[in-house]
Design a protein around this ligand. Structure first.
Ligand code: GRG
Length: 327
């Protein structure tokens, strides 16, 4: 970690890789110590959480927490709880009553693999498990009850009708004839942005950030969350095209904004993230890098690790999916 001049040089790729592996191990630990190991529900939960996913939100929680000096052992339960809530939302989002997707993270979606009833329950169980982990007395001993209570309230709010679920419902009710970029941005700030802003805020709260710092982190998280969804829409633009040909009905940012304008908007949001982090100098390099990663994604790498370590068995899994779909 030392460069030739004897100064500490920061390797952000290594940092992100370390965070990711820490999170993977912690998720494994939380899910596998469950007393219902081996049940079909437990299999569906592990299938949906443990194999794949970029872990973007928990990495963000760790990176923000560490900016303010929080210890990893205090951050991990909350980082993992946010990932479990994210996984639950993906399972439910894929159900036939919602987006009706056969694939998730490069393999069959949970309901395609385990059936709708189990997928519904796996999502419910993950949401509940998140609160079980956050309310562990060990976490309360580390952080104190008032901080735990504040964190649980933040998490509940972000996942609630005022946050992610509210955004999802607004999307379901969209009148396609009245969609404007502003309508979509407001919706995206809830559906996707709420959990991403939450991850950043949770890290800062655990690091006992001042209210001024928390406001900066919130600005960063809000810009990042919106940039994340617009980039996702850019990467999904083929689905908008297929809609015009009469297949899957999908309304996203690219339905109402030209691709170049959407890219411009993402760059603007990236600059907002970078501006919010300016007061922290090099200490905020992981957070800057996460923002650059979001803004500069050029391929749909859903299911691939954030730090580019690669999934060696991805091609094999895609083959299995193709076979399963033919069967
Ligand atoms: C409760 C019935 C019921 C449904 C809930 C709230 C909800 C459905 C869905 C959440 C909305 C959602 C899936 C938004 C999309 C956000 C998004 C871009 C998800 C993909 O996130 P990544 O790229 O995925 O971080 P990985 O796989 O890397 O974790």
């Amino acid at each position: 970690m030392f460069n030739r001049a004897g100064c500490v040089s920061f390797n952000v790729q290594r940092y992100l890789r370390d965070c990711r592996s820490l999170i993977d191990n912690a998720l494994d630990h939380y899910l596998k110590k469950n007393s219902r190991n081996g049940s079909i529900l437990h299999q569906a939960i592990c299938y949906s959480v443990l194999d794949g996913g970029k872990r973007f939100r928990p990495i963000l929680a760790l990176a923000t927490g560490e900016l303010f000096g929080a210890k990893r052992r205090s951050l991990l339960p909350f980082a993992c709880a946010i990932e479990l809530i994210h996984c639950y939302s993906l399972i439910h989002d894929d159900l036939p009553a919602m987006d009706n997707d056969d694939l998730r993270r490069g393999k069959l979606s949970c309901h395609k693999r385990f059936g709708e009833a189990i997928a519904l329950l796996a999502g419910d169980a993950l949401l509940t498990e998140a609160f079980f982990i956050m309310s562990d007395p060990k976490a309360a001993r580390l952080l104190g009850v008032p901080v735990i209570s504040k964190l649980i309230r933040e998490v509940s709010d972000a996942a609630s009708i005022r946050g992610m679920i509210g955004g999802q419902c607004t999307e379901l009710e969209l009148d396609k004839r009245k969609v404007t970029p502003q309508v979509l941005e407001n919706l995206d700030r809830l559906k996707t942005g709420a959990l991403i802003t939450l991850a950043a805020r949770v890290g800062a709260i655990i690091g006992r950030a001042s209210s001024k710092d928390l406001a900066r982190v919130t600005r960063y998280g809000r810009a990042l969350g919106l940039a994340f969804q617009i980039t996702d829409d850019i990467l999904d633009s083929h689905e908008v095209l297929s809609d015009k040909n009469g297949s899957k009905a999908i309304v996203n940012y690219l339905s109402v904004v030209e691709p170049a304008k959407a890219r411009e908007r993402v760059n603007h949001l990236l600059n907002e993230c970078l501006r919010a982090m300016r007061p922290y100098g090099t200490a905020a390099e992981p957070l800057r890098d996460l923002a650059r990663y979001v803004a500069q994604r050029t391929s749909d790498d859903a299911g691939e690790p954030l730090s580019g370590t690669g999934n060696s068995d991805r091609a094999e899994r895609l083959n299995a999916v193709a076979n399963a779909r033919q069967a």
